[in-house]
Write a protein that binds this ligand. Structure first.
Ligand SMILES: Nc1ncnc2c1ncn2[C@@H]1O[C@H](COP(=O)(O)OP(=O)(O)OP(=O)(O)O)[C@@H](O)[C@H]1O
Length: 307
């Protein structure tokens, strides 16, 4: 599959702060790519570098095969970064007319963009009267005027109420179904899990995971019930494919890739251990995110409820 975005060792320093620290990424054509990380992790800075709004300290990026900011590439990229700068006293439609004129895009692009974001019925209301979710969706409509191949959305659900979040997620999913490549940044694991095919996790400026959402989920633990337990434990600890073994009530919890399940079982039996139980326990994606970043990525209302 062709790379739409290719980033190699990208670094951005602001004085003593390394906002982005040696980031390498590939975003392939047609994928909805999640760029996940806690606040301040370096997401916005990375996306700004992709658009040529910030120049990297070192490293390189190619967007649609060209340098960031290259007009030929920018013509095929639509972006919404840190809220749309739109005129509050003009209607949604008038705002888009102004943007279309500046971008040299035909007015005929406005109606389909409004339709895509579900604002056709409210297009003639003043922007100031819109809910935050509608404002964000108008920002996406603005990004779609150029009929872009690549859409970059920086935390488009930030600050939205649950309905606004659902609307925005549905909209992003539709962009993917239309065959556009989408980069969506978020600090919510649940969000990325729902709408992205692949995710890179960034923490303190560094990529700490880059995988298909299903692969991340595939990082399940193996629960082993066996006796004698001390022999089982020693045997497991000696296997190179085993990352860690910890004791839980009645079982040993083994961090080992799914593909090694059979060989782990064979090694235990080979060591004379009686295996009484062996099962995969799905690791919660929120726990994985917490392990990777030390941050809580649950939506505020959910986080509040369970703590
Ligand atoms: N222009 C700047 N000057 C100095 N420091 C900056 C600048 N832009 C970003 N930073 C710092 O770089 C780090 C990464 O910021 P960035 O905005 O890229 O993170 P983020 O993941 O997008 O977080 P958020 O979701 O809070 O925007 C932060 O420590 C931030 O304070």
């Amino acid at each position: 599959m062709t790379s739409v975005v290719s980033v190699e060792n990208l670094t951005k320093r602001y004085g003593d702060i390394t906002a982005v620290d040696g980031v390498s990424l590939e975003v392939r054509s047609g994928e909805v790519f999640g760029f996940l990380g806690p606040n301040g992790a370096g997401k916005t800075t990375t996306l700004r570098m992709l658009l040529g709004l910030v120049s990297p300290t070192s490293g390189r990026a190619l967007v649609l095969g060209r340098a960031p900011g290259d007009p030929g590439a920018l013509a095929r990229v639509g972006a919404l970064i840190e809220g749309p700068g739109l005129y509050p006293y003009l209607s949604g439609r008038s705002n888009l007319e102004i943007i279309a004129r500046y971008a040299g895009v035909s007015r005929s692009a406005i109606a389909p963009a409004l339709e895509t974001v579900g604002l056709t019925d409210r297009a003639d209301d003043k922007f100031a009267k819109y809910s935050l979710g509608m404002k964000q969706r108008l920002g996406v409509a603005a990004a779609l005027l150029k009929d872009p191949e690549l859409v970059i959305l920086d935390e488009p659900t930030n600050g939205l109420d649950p309905q606004g979040m659902r609307d925005m997620r549905a909209l992003v999913q539709n962009l993917g179904r239309e065959g556009r490549t989408v980069i969506l940044s978020s600090h919510l694991m649940s969000e990325v899990q729902q709408i992205c095919s692949r995710v890179a996790v960034i923490n303190n400026g560094r990529i700490v995971a880059d995988a298909a959402v299903e692969e991340l989920r595939g990082q399940s633990d193996l629960e082993v019930m066996a006796h004698p337990r001390d022999v089982a434990r020693r045997t497991l600890e000696q296997l190179p494919e085993v990352a860690s073994v910890r004791d839980a009530e009645g079982a040993l919890i083994v961090d080992v890739s799914t593909r090694h399940t059979a060989s782990v079982a064979a090694a235990l039996v080979g060591a004379g251990v009686a295996l009484t139980g062996l099962r995969r326990t799905e690791r919660d994606l929120e726990d994985i995110f917490f392990d990777l970043t030390g941050a809580d990525s649950r939506e505020p209302e959910l986080a509040g409820r369970s703590s």
